[in-house]
Design a binder for this molecule. Structure first.
Ligand code: MN
Length: 281
């Protein structure tokens, strides 16, 4: 880092995926490489789900390696994902996939998490010991919860809990939801497929994410706990930390990346302003 520059946000991350105990294939795909941290959970017969999730992730590949991306970059990549996934199968109900996660972007010279979601994979943020689900599931049970017809707890046991209402492909041309959240030191982002969130409750996710220091250790342990809990679906976990720039570097094998764009001076010691996530789109 050059002298005189403001401290930059440094990211550390880890990822782990497992086929689970019941499924023959792992139809989840993910990317965990700055500035993209996304999980996709494919669906469709035979290998269609595998292809769909991999195709959707691949549509974002040209953004890999950049320090930052803009909303327009993400929107273009998403449109490419829809086109490419829709092209996989001939039938309208062919291959489809969820996609959820964060891209690192900036607004007014400050780093932001650009959260994107379509379907029922999830993006959470752990901040000050509190785990908040940022994404809102596009699922039948979420609609029932929104109408006040069932509780969140009932949704977890509902027979139609696996029915999603929006996807990439599978005959859906819906746009994803987006949120912008300022990156604060100490933020820990969790992105996961429903193979995690349907096995472990929020309290357990919070505990594991709070106990494990390294992002990689947290990702690996969450997958293992989901397996121990039944592993009824494919499980994919990506954990991203905005770590303190204290010169200590990465813990163990967790990978790190410094966002050292000259255009991003910022005072990382500044308190979060208390603004909640901004949803748009
Ligand atoms: Mn799944």
């Amino acid at each position: 880092m050059e002298k005189g520059k403001e401290p930059m946000i440094e990211l550390a991350w880890g990822a782990h995926t497992d086929r689970g105990r019941r499924r023959e294939l792992n139809e989840d795909s993910f990317v965990a490489e700055p500035p993209l941290f996304f999980v996709a959970d494919g669906m469709g017969g035979h290998t269609a789900g595998e292809r769909a999730s991999a195709t959707a992730i691949e549509a974002f590949s040209e953004l890999r390696g950049r320090s930052l991306v803009g909303l327009d970059d993400v929107e273009r990549a998403f449109a490419r994902a829809v086109r490419d996934v829709s092209g996989i199968g001939a039938g309208i109900d062919a291959a489809g996939t969820t996609i959820s996660g964060v891209a690192v972007t900036e607004q007014g010279g400050e780093a932001y998490w650009l959260v994107m979601n379509i379907g029922d994979s999830r993006t959470y943020r752990l901040a000050a010991g509190v785990l908040e689900q940022i994404s809102v599931d596009h699922s039948e049970v979420q609609e029932l919860v929104d109408k006040g017809e069932i509780s969140s707890a009932e949704a977890e046991r509902h027979p139609r809990r696996n029915v999603i209402t929006k996807a990439v492909g599978a005959g859906s041309y819906d746009e994803p939801d987006y949120w912008l959240i300022p990156v604060a030191q100490g933020d820990r982002i969790l992105v996961c497929s429903d193979g995690l969130s349907k096995e472990l409750d929020t309290a357990r996710l919070t505990q594991v994410l709070s106990e494990e220091e390294s992002a990689q250790a947290a990702a690996t342990r969450l997958v293992h706990e989901a397996l121990l809990h039944g592993g009824r679906d494919n499980i994919t976990v990506v954990v991203v930390d905005a770590i303190r720039d204290d010169g200590q570097g990465a813990l163990d094998d967790t990978q790190t990346h410094v966002l050292d764009e000259d255009t991003l001076p910022r005072d990382l010691s500044k308190e979060r302003t208390g603004d909640g996530p901004i949803q748009f789109g």
